[in-house]
Design a protein around this ligand. Structure first.
Ligand SMILES: Cc1cc2nc3c(=O)[nH]c(=O)nc-3n(C[C@H](O)[C@H](O)[C@H](O)COP(=O)(O)OP(=O)(O)OC[C@H]3O[C@@H](n4cnc5c(N)ncnc54)[C@H](O)[C@@H]3O)c2cc1C
Length: 497
């Protein structure tokens, strides 16, 4: 395990009993958890290789309680880690030993649905899928659909700018959030955006979406809801080579077609998914594409045949067109269950998340295979091919000494490769702790300092979710004027991890 977190503040740990008492005065009853065993469920998120029970967890139910908690922690210099459902794959919700974990699970109500304005106002602990479930009887849905949608919260989606299969056509979370209510670290409650399309002033909502719990705690979210498309059809396309599938993806987009989803799996992922869901994926191919078109029937039919022609021109060997809803859902079942399916073929897997220009897919996949041989670890690839967003799943066994370190080194080589070919370190899972130390691969020190200045404008004491995203901790005051004179580093008390 290579990632080092900031060392806990012994002074804060010594005040634990006082901190628990103060939190109980704000959130009475069972809303404050300080028992060591009861804190265990919070010790990690989806990046399970890293574990750290929080100093104490608090589960507020109202914005006012969140505001009082943050104001108190701010005044007392106590760090805070926000948490939604804990499914982050980058360790964004990983607790700190000397921090209060603020769990938002009790913010679980849909507050308002406005079909005329096509929006829903929800609390941040509402799960992604529950938003669609709240509006589907009237023929509406919430478009961003992470594979974790049954569990992940809208607050977590906002913090990670989450994506999913349908984001190729309908945009990521940032394109589907109209406004938030957020509590700042000093307890101030602010509203950004609202029920209208384009609020006045700087786009601070755009800054908050994707800010990984570092700028404030979101207590209410207004999302767009869309009418369900009249129809949808999907194609299941098998290729004898990854190159053919990669070129097909690029050619579909180049032809001006924006599918509702365009996903790809390689041979190990296809086999794992088929063994899990048994829906008839072809097992004699190297790559499988699932392409979905939606809209009115005539448009769907027209475009799906164009996609089929492009697939044939790129050497596809299997081509199945969904004839009804059941078959279409079947095509997706394996892809949606790909993570748990891969979880059955290895004791552990490490899910990477990088983005590359679509045309570079075949070459990048070939290099990933080379890394796989070099590190002697298997890899299965599932990805949002239309967006060029890769999810290599590196298989390892945490019980075999050294395998986790090898998996991390393998993952880090994949992410560096993504940047090398003109892509980025993260697609939709965020930086968190997982990619924190790789940030300098993509950003210069000046870039990183500029990003930290933005963080400082919201949270000058750096109390919210510290140790995440930024590889070096700079005190806000020193940003931009760090000068080491005769080897004497200014602010020597700042932990530089
Ligand atoms: C099996 C599986 C499949 C997945 N598939 C996808 C996928 O297809 N697409 C995708 O994008 N992601 C995917 N993920 C990752 C994960 O589900 C998303 O990042 C999700 O948005 C996290 O939501 P959460 O509620 O679990 O947040 P958490 O994990 O609890 O927290 C994530 C981050 O959000 C912050 N946060 C949480 N709530 C708030 C709040 N109210 N205010 C401020 N900050 C907050 C936390 O501090 C942390 O930094 C997957 C995860 C798993 C386990």
């Amino acid at each position: 395990m290579s990632i080092v977190m900031p060392p806990p503040d012994a002074g804060v740990l010594a005040r634990r009993a006082d901190i628990v008492r103060a939190l109980r005065s704000i959130v009475p009853g069972e809303g404050v958890i300080d028992d060591v065993d009861a804190l265990r469920p919070y010790e990690s998120d989806g990046l399970t290789a890293y574990r750290q029970p929080p100093m104490v967890a608090v589960l507020p139910e109202t914005t006012e309680q969140v505001s009082r908690i943050l104001a108190w922690c701010h005044a007392e210099g106590v760090k805070v880690v926000p948490r939604g459902s804990g499914t982050s794959l980058s360790g964004g919700a990983l607790p700190l030993a000397d921090a209060v974990l603020v769990g938002m699970a009790k913010f679980n109500r849909v507050l308002d649905i406005d079909y005329d304005d096509r929006l829903a106002v929800v609390q941040p602990g509402v799960t992604n899928l529950a938003v669609t479930q709240a509006v589907e009887d009237r023929g509406f849905y919430y478009a961003p659909d992470p594979s974790s949608q049954i569990a992940c919260s809208i607050g977590g989606n906002v913090a990670e700018n989450s994506g999913g299969v349908h984001c190729l056509k309908y945009g990521l979370t940032t394109n589907n959030v109209l406004g938030v209510e957020m509590v700042m670290m000093d307890g101030e409650i602010i509203r950004l955006g609202g029920r209208q399309l384009d609020p006045a002033g700087l786009d601070l909502l755009g800054v908050v979406v994707g800010s990984e719990g570092m700028l404030g705690i979101v207590t209410e979210v207004t999302v767009r809801i869309l009418p369900k498309p009249e129809g949808a059809r999907a194609l299941l396309i098998g290729f004898p080579s990854v190159e053919g599938a990669g070129n097909c993806v690029a050619d579909v987009i180049a032809a001006g077609i924006i599918p509702a989803g365009m996903e790809m799996m390689d041979r190990p992922a296809i086999h794992a998914a088929e063994a899990f869901v048994n829906i008839g994926y072809p097992l004699d191919v190297e790559a499988l594409l699932i392409v979905e078109l939606d809209g009115v029937a005539a448009e769907c039919d027209h475009l799906i045949h164009k996609v089929a022609d492009i697939a044939r021109a790129n050497g596809s060997t299997t081509l199945r067109l969904s004839s009804d809803e059941q078959e279409r859902m079947g095509f997706w079942a394996g892809r949606k269950a790909a993570f748990p399916a891969v979880g059955r073929i290895a004791p552990d897997f490490y899910c990477m998340d990088g983005t590359i220009p679509r045309r570079r897919l075949p070459e990048v996949l070939e290099k990933i295979q080379k890394f796989s041989r070099q590190y002697d670890l298997e890899v299965a690839n599932v990805f949002h091919a239309g967006d060029g967003n890769l999810h290599p799943l590196i298989l390892y066994d945490a019980n075999i000494p050294g395998q986790l370190d090898r998996a991390e080194a393998f993952g880090s080589d994949i992410l560096k490769l993504c940047v090398e070919v003109g892509g980025v370190l993260t697609g939709e899972h965020g930086v968190g702790v997982e990619k924190r130390d790789l940030m300098p691969v993509m950003f210069s020190e000046a870039d990183l300092q500029q990003q930290q200045r933005l963080k400082c404008a919201f949270d000058p004491e750096l109390l919210l979710n510290p140790g995440k995203v930024f590889p070096t901790l700079h005190r806000c005051a020193e940003l931009g004027r760090m000068h080491v004179h005769h080897g004497a580093v200014p602010f020597p008390d700042i932990p530089r991890f």
